[in-house]
Design a protein around this ligand. Sequence first.
Ligand SMILES: Nc1ncnc2c1ncn2[C@@H]1O[C@H](COP(=O)(O)OP(=O)(O)OP(=O)(O)O)[C@@H](O)[C@H]1O
Length: 472
Amino acid sequence: TDFRDACCRVSQLLEEAVFKKKKFQSTLRPFTSGFKLEDYIIGKQIGKGSNAAVYEAAAQFARPQRSEDNASLQELKDNEEEVQAVRSAACCSLRNFPLAIKMLWNIGAGSSSEAILKSMSQELVPAGPLALKQDKEHITLDGHFGSLPKRVSAHPNVIRVHRAFTADVPLLPGAQEEYPDVLPPRLNPAGLGNNRTLFLVMKNYPCTLRQYLQVSTPSRWQGSLMVLQLLEGVDHLCRQGVAHRDLKSDNILLEFDSGGCPRLVITDFGCCLTQNDCSLQLPFNSMYVDKGGNVSLMAPEVMTAVPGPGVVIDYTKSDAWAVGAISYEIFGLHNPFYGAAGLQSTNYQEKQLPPLPARVPADVQLVISLLLRRNPKKRPSARVAANMLALSLWGRRALANQDSAGMRKLADWLLCQSAVVLLQGCSGPSGNRVEAELQRSFLSNLELEDLRAAVGFLLYGREKSHACIMFA
Ligand SMILES: Nc1ncnc2c1ncn2[C@@H]1O[C@H](COP(=O)(O)OP(=O)(O)OP(=O)(O)O)[C@@H](O)[C@H]1O
């Protein structure tokens, strides 16, 4: 009971004192317009997927400013030349164009704002409360607002869409060469696109996780923090009844905090599943039900589901499985589920998973192997896996020698940690560092059962590896 009380006290304290009341500091100035394409200066294309093109942008009315994050990029003292080149090019571009505009390609959704918003509604899941103009003259949402999915609250590891609006498709740089087929006939007589489409305005990030990993291998500490951030982001979505269903390193954006640590942000919600009851159970009665994107990183329970009456796909742990697979990339290996010779989530055996490099801490290796368990019942949730990493990163001493006084020791440690995090929150910039954010997130989401499960998994893993050493 004491321990349960301590957990409750810790999480309440943090939620009230720091986490919830602390507004995520945006590097963007608040602006009250921005619901029209003409409100923005659009620069070069920064990305393209199968559904959209993304351009750097600046608000017409806002002067370029030197944001804290951008400044920190410049100030980084990093010896890796390539990383430095990527960072300084990104830095310059970000200063002039702090925003990114995603222009969805609209084929077949019609050209009315209502039809567009309805058919692309999943993209609006990470939209903030002021993102959509509710002015009837511009976008008539009356009667249609209800059909938009729920929106997730802000989280440091989930993209925030600051503005979403429909507008006529413009001829942007590279359009004729790179995506002529999706342009409307007004711009390309052979084009199949509709005249209007949806635009999303977000913060412009220096690169994707994939681009970053092409030029850099994070240290074991940073790698662990990166995996933890993905788990925190996934847990946040899961609690709010959202399964992303298309996690991959291209759909994870990356920036650096003021100490040079990568901050990861989950983006592109075009394939997500949202449910008001948060159950994440999708009735799968026909093969036409959309199971999500990117089949290579589709969890086994999703991949192997066969449609039929009464069949339901459980998405509660499917994103966590994908995080397990992406973790291989973070630690410098090829994703084991990619390529012609790669494993397939339909039929792989857990013992076929390639070993992670020896430099990856044993607890992190354990978390990754558990995330990739075929059976979701034996797989930890994103929350439990995040707790395991948090305990391993910051609470090793509290976990050591778990005897009858073990839980008391853990409770004491949690209370000390909360005091540290509270003080960090008051002490300015260090509170915005990735590590501080992660500590806050861990402590403000504490629940006894999840914590117990995490401790249990960690101790089980340690005993197992101890036994292996003994018998080796
Ligand atoms: N906010 C952003 N800042 C910087 N670059 C971005 C941003 N959003 C997207 N990008 C870039 O644009 C690319 C395409 O964006 P996104 O994945 O959202 O498009 P998509 O067409 O929905 O992709 P998919 O093919 O996965 O469905 C990303 O991989 C990334 O390189």
